[in-house]
Design a protein around this ligand. Structure first.
Ligand SMILES: Nc1ncnc2c1ncn2[C@@H]1O[C@H](COP(=O)(O)OP(=O)(O)OP(=O)(O)O)[C@@H](O)[C@H]1O
Ligand SMILES: [Mg+2]
Length: 303
């Protein structure tokens, strides 16, 4: 069955340079899908081809079965794009800009609701030119939201936002999902992507490397966990190191100042059981399983 957004074998070349190569993925209705990858990976190019504002060199995009170029009207009515860099009329105020954008859509949201979604109500009468960088990002989000479209494509909506604003943005994106919206977005914040996205795809050098739910990628890619514990007796450092080095479940171990031992293992449960049965006396046992950051780093390292 067709997804909400279907991308097949999509490529973009600039002369001899392959910005996006043979990209295929689908975003399901109601999903939050994160497109991740380093600077220059081809994320913006991909989003803009999906939204129909950049032409692909080859391959197809279907938005609910519609070609975003051939069926411009359908795309404009169903897809809102928050661009990485947006240019707007500098001398208009926040509310004037949001109202102007609302007028492009058949069934827009109330302007003030869209402004509130982006936490900008206090600045609704301020001219664009006088907004801070983070406030301009929030305005761009509010312009995307005001159309009340089924699909939101957001290119780094969290860039430049302070931590509280980022948390608010996450809540707003979740709220959009509960309203039935489908969200495709890019971010460089991997913890945020882990919390927010139903699925992510990681691109490097224009190519898709891996895609799936954050937890499946973490499991599939690296099942190891890091375990830390602090030795209670400072003299136990060497015997702790020797014990770890001969232990069959330990892949790597390290002794840090303060008697903190860190081990990497694929079987944290069994390791912790045998640690409890050992002669080592310790406190502050902490188990950290793999993260999306580990997956990302190992994919991007070869870039
Ligand atoms: N109009 C253009 N002409 C030539 N090259 C381009 C053009 N637009 C983008 N590129 C190149 O295509 C590659 C992908 O760019 P893109 O903007 O899609 O990256 P990105 O993944 O969005 O990066 P970032 O995380 O920095 O936003 C880059 O190497 C960029 O220099
Ligand atoms: Mg970009």
């Amino acid at each position: 069955m067709a997804g909400c957004i279907d991308v097949s074998n999509l490529s973009k070349r600039y002369g001899d340079f392959h910005a996006v190569s043979d990209l295929s993925f689908s975003v399901e209705h109601g999903e939050i899908f994160g497109l991740l990858g380093p600077n220059g990976a081809g994320k913006t190019t991909t989003l803009e081809m999906i939204a129909g504002i950049r032409r692909a060199s080859s391959g197809q995009v279907a938005i609910m079965g519609h070609d975003p170029h051939q069926d411009r009207r359908f795309t404009v009515e169903h897809v809102a794009l928050q661009q990485q860099e947006s240019s707007v009329f500098q001398y208009l105020t926040v509310s004037e800009l949001v109202e102007l954008h609302a007028s492009f859509y058949p069934d827009p949201r109330k302007s003030d609701d869209a402004i509130e979604f982006a936490g900008l109500l206090d600045h609704r009468d301020q001219r664009f030119a006088k907004l801070s960088g983070g406030q301009k990002r929030r305005l761009a989000f509010s312009l995307a939201v005001v159309g009340n479209t089924d699909i939101l494509i957001l290119d780094e909506p969290a860039a430049g936002l302070d931590p509280a604003a980022r948390t608010d943005l996450q809540a707003s994106i979740r709220q959009l999902q509960t309203l039935g919206k489908t969200i495709l977005y890019t971010t460089h914040h991997l913890e945020e992507a882990t919390e927010l996205c139903d699925r992510v795809a990681i691109m490097v050098g224009g190519r898709m490397q891996i895609s799936g739910s954050p937890s499946s990628l973490i499991n599939q890619f690296d099942a190891t966990a890091n375990i830390d514990f602090t030795l209670l007796e400072s003299g136990q450092g060497e015997s702790a190191r020797a014990w770890c080095e001969t232990h069959s479940l330990v892949e790597q171990s390290r002794l840090s100042p303060g008697g903190i031992v860190t081990v990497t293992t694929e079987d944290s449960d069994s390791f912790v059981r045998s640690l409890h049965h050992s002669d080592l006396r310790f406190k502050n046992l902490r188990i950290r399983s793999g993260s999306l950051n580990d997956v990302y780093t190992s994919l991007v390292k070869g870039d």
